[in-house]
Design a protein around this ligand. Structure first.
Ligand code: GLY
Length: 560
């Protein structure tokens, strides 16, 4: 039952991501925005036009997405925003990831026999971590922005009050979450009026969410983490079997982290450190690949080596990575070129390494996905790559009455038991086990690519596949691809377990496919396209800015 629901969630994500014509804009311009929804792009434009910087635009876009794309992110979730501040050259990862509630415990999702309880990490308030997104928005605005929150949250409040059209993605998502949503009368009242899911073209208004946004705009973090909203959240969660407390909300803290940097073929990949697994995985993969003369190899061998590097990076993710406040990770070793050299000795050019032969973990299976990403560059050169999530479609499908806030189901990103797969089929170990106040490991990977050519700002939703999507796009940028080509690339992915290469139709030529199979790779054609990448690039020589939104999604871009 659980597995089939997870599969359904994945199907929704993939159906929604069907190919359409690539959307891109280019021109001799200085600012660029790419987001997953036209109204979020308009919100960013409005704020730049009002004199805001990229950080103000990031606040406006993130808040707008919480209203217009409620399947993917929102005030009830978390975020990583990767910032580049032009005046100082400083780069910062603003970590607004959710944390486990204070009453959470190591085995809270296991039954008396030590087996996972079905559905509890995905549905309802017990699946929800303490949200970080609202605190992150306030942090971004106050520390880096030029405009008050009342201004930057205004577009989101307007959308919530005036109403937004239900998208096809929302309609499809609801079809599969309807049964879960009935456990939340506030969610059902909004999205299943009279017991019937809303459909594309309907207009939804969000008065409760607008009120919560106004409180955030007026009182800053206290408007969400204290006072009436906090009380409504805790009352709603606890009445439905959750474990949040007012103290959990009051204690939530945003953390600024140093991004991780990896050099590869003349470019620097700047991305998120733990509790994201993205930056470490990129270092792992690109340090391995940097030891080969890829350009001198046949494309089938290039792809084989990339898959083998992915396999090893995801193995290390499963074993070593977690919240740095709780686990000691061997990052010096994992990030070292000598470690990559050792990894290369285990890679054969003519043969796939069965994952089972790498020391590591075994897995049980499951599936599901959703998140969102945007990229912004302002005329001063400030940049933001923002990836935000409530985890799977509509998060936990639970709204605490009166708040309008859909709670995340990010607790599923913890390893609830060593070797048991989560909704993305990812396995993990003790490093990512549950503890009170701990951040769950993430794959969200907002990224900058920097080289003599210029800059690319990118990221995507897609759960465990985020990392492989971004790294394939980074390889393409190193090969000269532009923004539009990066978002349209056909994708392939290996995550150690399951031991299979999932690929989009067209990712491999028939010859490459035959060559990879001859080396022993199990290839699994993805029934649909996946991901929703948003890219903004700046060309150093010409100053030209380009922006592109994934042709698989319904996003929009602007350049001016
Ligand atoms: N919830 C998806 C991720 O953070 O990886």
């Amino acid at each position: 039952m659980l597995l089939s629901r997870r599969l359904c969630l994945l199907l929704v994500a993939l159906v929604w991501a069907m190919p359409v014509a690539a959307k891109a804009a280019r021109g001799a311009a200085q600012a660029g925005i790419a987001t997953a929804h036209p109204l979020a792009t308009r919100a960013g434009e409005e704020i730049l036009a009002a004199g805001g910087n990229a950080f103000d635009a990031a606040v406006a876009i993130s808040a707008a997405l919480a209203v217009v794309e409620p399947t993917a992110s929102g005030l009830g979730g978390g975020a990583f925003w990767l910032l580049h501040e032009a005046k100082s050259g400083r780069q910062i990862l603003v970590d607004a990831r959710e944390v486990a509630p204070g009453a959470a415990s190591h085995d809270m999702y296991l039954d008396a026999q030590g087996q996972p309880r079905a559905g509890v990490t995905l549905n309802g308030p017990l699946a929800a971590g303490i949200p970080g997104a609202p605190a992150g928005l306030v942090h971004l605005a106050r520390r880096y922005g030029r405009l008050p929150l009342a201004k930057t949250l205004a577009p989101a409040i307007r959308y919530a009050e005036e109403g937004v059209e239900v998208t096809r993605a929302m309609e499809l998502g609801l079809r599969f979450r309807a049964a879960d949503a009935r456990g939340s009368p506030a969610f059902a009242a909004l999205y299943l009026p009279g017991g019937k899911p809303v459909v594309a073209g309907d207009v939804l208004r969000f008065p409760d969410l607008a009120r919560t946004l106004r409180r955030l705009a007026g009182a800053g973090r206290a408007g969400f983490y204290e006072g009436p909203v906090a009380q409504q959240l805790v009352d709603g969660v606890r009445a439905a079997g959750g474990i949040w407390t007012l103290d959990d909300l009051a204690r939530y803290a945003v953390i600024e982290r140093q991004p991780l940097r990896t050099g590869y073929r003349g470019m620097t990949i700047v991305s998120a450190p733990p509790p994201s697994s993205g930056g470490v995985a990129f270092a792992n993969v690109f340090n391995i690949l940097g030891g080969y003369d890829l350009a001198g190899l046949a494309t089938v061998d290039q792809k084989h080596l990339t898959i083998e590097a992915m396999r090893r990076a995801y193995r290390d993710r499963a074993i070593y990575l977690g919240d740095p406040a709780f686990v000691t990770m061997p990052l010096d070793r994992l990030l070292s070129p000598f470690y990559a050299a050792g990894q290369r000795t285990s890679i054969l050019l003519d043969r796939a390494t069965p994952s089972i032969q790498l020391s590591g973990l075994l897995a049980e299976a499951g599936e599901g996905t959703n998140t969102t990403h945007f990229s912004v560059l302002d005329p001063r050169g400030n940049r933001v790559a923002g990836t935000m999530s409530i985890n799977t479609w509509f998060g936990s499908a639970f709204i605490a009455p009166g708040t309008g806030v859909i709670l995340n189901n990010e607790m599923d990103d913890f390893s609830i038991k060593t070797g048991v797969a989560n909704g993305f089929n990812l396995i993990g170990a003790e490093a990512n086990s549950i503890a009170p106040g701990k951040r769950m490991l993430s794959s969200m990977s907002p990224t900058f690519l920097e080289s003599g050519r210029g800059v690319a700002i990118l990221g995507t939703p897609g759960g465990s596949r985020i990392i492989s999507m971004v790294l394939i796009a980074a390889q393409a940028w190193a090969d000269g691809a532009d923004a539009r080509q990066m978002v349209a690339l056909k994708r392939y992915h290996h995550q150690y377990f399951p031991d299979a290469v999932v690929y989009e139709d067209g990712a491999f030529t028939p010859e490459e496919q035959a060559g990879l199979e001859a080396k022993g790779h199990e290839l699994e054609l993805s029934s649909r396209s996946y991901g929703n990448m948003q890219v903004v690039t700046w060309d150093r020589a010409t100053g030209r800015v380009e922006a592109a939104s994934d042709p698989r999604g319904a996003g929009d871009v602007t350049v001016y």
